[in-house]
Design a protein around this ligand. Structure first.
Ligand SMILES: Cc1cc2nc3c(=O)[nH]c(=O)nc-3n(C[C@H](O)[C@H](O)[C@H](O)COP(=O)(O)O)c2cc1C
Ligand SMILES: Nc1ncnc2c1ncn2[C@@H]1O[C@H](COP(=O)(O)OP(=O)(O)OP(=O)(O)O)[C@@H](O)[C@H]1O
Length: 142
């Protein structure tokens, strides 16, 4: 049984998320998804959708076998529990493959790291969808 871990915020779901998760699942038999905690999303504006709801929506997607909220403090705690064969990074996740491999090795974790490519579709970005909602529904007053 080859276990894969995918990670992310998954604020407002779109086809780019489905592509990332489907490509991750193709690398093994069981896909585990670690959904970022609200408090840990500091690299961009805070999520619109609360963490429990983001996690429930990810769990309902076809390629996903298990979704869970991440650890509030130690991102390696769920990895120790799941003990994956592969961790996938999305095309725009800020982790560098080499740094993550080194951090895993230092902790005695055996997972290999694979970067998944980009899905180029219309509105395949949570922040683009938010931008469109703002411009379509709340246009700046004249
Ligand atoms: C290997 C790995 C493990 C992670 N574990 C956690 C975790 O336990 N808790 C958490 O809040 N975020 C965790 N994250 C971070 C997020 O899930 C996510 O990758 C990060 O917020 C940036 O993703 P985004 O580009 O989808 O917003 C982890 C990321 C990686 C790469
Ligand atoms: N268009 C896309 N193609 C492939 N993977 C994607 C795409 N959009 C998001 N992902 C991947 O899905 C995971 C979760 O992404 P995230 O929740 O950050 O969505 P996002 O649309 O990139 O958000 P934002 O627009 O706010 O940066 C990450 O691994 C990310 O790289």
């Amino acid at each position: 049984m080859r276990r894969i871990v995918a990670t992310g915020t998954f604020d407002i779901l779109h086809p780019g998320h489905l592509f990332y998760l489907a490509e991750s699942k193709r690398l093994g038999d069981e896909l585990h998804v670690i959904v970022a905690r609200d408090a840990n999303v500091r690299h961009k504006p805070a999520p619109i959708i609360p963490e429990e709801q983001r996690c429930a929506m990810v769990q309902a997607l076809k390629p996903v076998d298990h979704a869970r909220l991440g650890d509030p403090v130690d991102i390696f705690a769920p990895i120790r529990e799941i003990d994956p064969d592969v961790i996938t990074l999305g095309f725009n996740q800020y982790f560098r493959e080499g740094d993550l491999r080194e951090a895993l090795r230092e902790r005695g974790l055996r997972a290999e790291v694979v970067r998944i490519g980009r899905y180029d579709g219309l509105l395949a970005s949570s922040s683009q969808i938010v931008g469109r909602i703002l411009s379509e529904r709340c246009p700046p007053s004249p």
